[in-house]
Design a protein around this ligand. Structure first.
Ligand SMILES: [Zn+2]
Length: 306
């Protein structure tokens, strides 16, 4: 049996890799973060769905971070020469024009929960931490190390077709969702309401999700989430880290605001409505949560302990 479906790849390491099978269009892989993840895709294709890696037409990427791209070369070397890597057009500027990749904020209050959600402590094999190279490390130190060995295999999304366009694989579309990084995108299929969310939304063990606080720009993140929640209907969210978030009516309702930080306004049931419906954050860019935006994690902590 091989219908149209998304498979979370078991044992893909730090970030979650997804494989999509389409009855007509073969296979597409989203986010291959390490050499171990590439191996996990191969194991899954060979043993679980009994498909050749030659059926992989596209390796797509939600954003240019090492834990989502660090195994692309390892996987590509086992695929057909026709397999392409799909990137946001900004990646071209990172690779060819020296444009710096998005600097990140909230390493402690944002990244740490992400690492815990992805079972960081439970990393199982050394290849989970083996990468193609240093590309996608969001630190100034690595600024001149942003290159990949498969430049000739990249297909850049067309900037003038974003923020939303078809990608030529089943009914799947790409939607630009800047926030976690400048070039972050999600993949969505209307027919089944499935969303591959990258690091915009992360999953928790209790089946709920939260908007990722480890990001380049919190206001952008909030706006991207609000726009998604208003424009598409989603039943299943496949997050970049952590378990799947599912709801028959509306999976966004199970996503909390920057969830791991228990800021007063954010941690309750109303957080969804606050995020999506607040006129202030949409129209003026002003945040309803001043204690969370425009300040560093330190300031947040300080406010909380008072
Ligand atoms: Zn990331």
């Amino acid at each position: 049996m091989d219908g149209n479906m998304v498979h979370p790849i078991p044992g893909s390491g730090l970030a979650q890799t997804y494989l999509i099978s389409d009855a007509n269009d073969g296979l597409m892989v989203v986010d291959v973060g390490s050499v171990g993840a590439a191996q996990a895709v191969e194991d899954f294709c060979t043993h679980s769905i009994k498909r050749s890696l030659m059926a992989i037409r596209i390796i797509a990427v939600t954003h240019f971070h090492i834990d989502h791209i660090g195994g692309i070369d390892a996987l590509l070397s086992k695929c057909s020469p026709k397999t392409t890597v799909l990137f946001h057009p900004l990646v071209k500027a990172y690779l060819k024009a020296g444009r710096p990749i998005s600097p990140m904020r909230h390493w402690v209050t944002g990244l740490l929960p992400t690492l815990i959600a992805s079972g960081f402590i439970g990393i199982r094999k050394w290849t989970d931490l083996a990468f193609d190279g240093p590309a996608g490390v969001p630190l100034a130190l690595f600024r001149d190390r942003q290159f990949v060995s498969y430049a000739d295999r990249i297909r850049y999304l067309e900037g003038n077709r974003l923020p939303r366009s078809r990608i030529g694989f089943g009914g799947w579309e790409v939607i630009a969702t800047p926030g976690h990084t400048e070039e972050s995108v999600v993949f969505f299929t209307e027919a089944s309401g499935e969303l591959i969310a990258g690091d915009l939304i992360l999953g928790r063990k209790d089946g709920r999700g939260y908007v990722n606080r480890f990001c380049w720009d919190e206001d952008q993140t909030r706006r991207s989430f609000a726009t998604l929640a208003e424009t598409i209907r989603v039943r299943i969210i496949f997050p970049g880290h952590g378990p799947v978030i599912w709801s028959a009516e509306d999976a966004f309702r199970k996503v909390d605001c920057f969830g791991e930080v228990p800021a007063q306004d954010c941690s309750h049931k109303s957080s969804f409505d606050a995020l999506v419906k607040s006129p202030s954050n949409r129209h003026t860019g002003e945040s309803r949560y001043p204690e969370q935006s425009k300040y560093t994690g330190f300031r947040v902590k300080h406010g909380m302990t008072k």
